[in-house]
Design a protein around this ligand. Structure first.
Ligand code: FMN
Length: 210
């Protein structure tokens, strides 16, 4: 499937075929491919918790306002944005840049200083936005790539974040921008036509906001 077709055909699927097994290898291929998403300074501030165990899906459904798709989908991905990824990953990123010749070793300290200034303190709003925007780009890549694997998805922000953190052992400083249900469309089910989209004129201007 080409990328234009994947974008046209991706829909948020409300009705998944329950009990459909999704091989771990397929999930692994999907999540690794989508991990080629861009990120600020290549810091990849995301983690993913794959919830595919039936009991754990039940628990997650309770945290997600009882949305049935959480239990019916083959797996649900808890997308975790990590504001601390700057401290955790910067050395690895800079090391790779030096090794590959993107950067001279003497520039490393300058980059570290720049990153600290740009993305601010670990508990700042700037840092939270950094984590969430990058994790959301990764999430979008997952949803597009899933079409190429013959899979359907559904992003969700209808959940109690604190309840999920508690039930799944996610540290307090992390953020959950969304869940993504992954699986197969329920057999015999036809999707309604895609709903309202803004027109080009509604949301695009050239060279100025208005
Ligand atoms: C971040 C995000 C959160 C969403 N949360 C929910 C949700 O909790 N429950 C739900 O039924 N749909 C949810 N949706 C799905 C949207 O309603 C859906 O994307 C939108 O209606 C457009 O439909 P389409 O994705 O089929 O084009 C969410 C979508 C996004 C991007």
């Amino acid at each position: 499937m080409d990328v234009i077709q994947a974008i046209k055909e991706r829909r948020s699927i409300n009705f998944f075929e329950p009990g459909q097994y999704l091989p771990v290898q397929t999930l692994r291929d999907l999540l690794e491919l989508a991990e080629l998403a861009p990120s600020s300074m290549n810091l990849q501030p995301w983690r993913v918790i794959v919830v595919d165990d039936p009991q754990r899906k039940k628990t997650l459904r309770q945290c997600a306002f009882d949305q049935p798709k959480v239990e019916e989908a083959s797996a649900v991905l808890i997308m975790v944005a990590d504001p601390a990824a700057l401290e955790e990953n910067l050395d690895a990123v800079l090391g790779s840049w030096m090794q590959l010749g993107y950067m001279k070793p003497e520039a490393a300290e300058t980059y570290k200083g720049l990153a600290g200034k740009l993305y601010s303190a670990a508990d700042s709003l700037t840092r939270k936005l950094f984590a969430v925007k990058n994790t959301s780009l990764y999430a979008m890549n997952i949803m597009i790539a899933a079409k190429g694997f013959g899979l359907e998805t559904h992003p969700m922000d209808g959940f109690d974040e604190d309840a999920i953190k508690q039930a799944f052992g996610i540290p307090e400083d992390k953020i959950i921008p969304m869940l993504i249900a992954v699986g197969y469309l329920k057999s015999g089910f036809t999707l309604l036509p895609r709903a309202f989209r803004k027109t080009f004129e509604d949301f695009v201007t050239f060279n100025h906001y208005t």
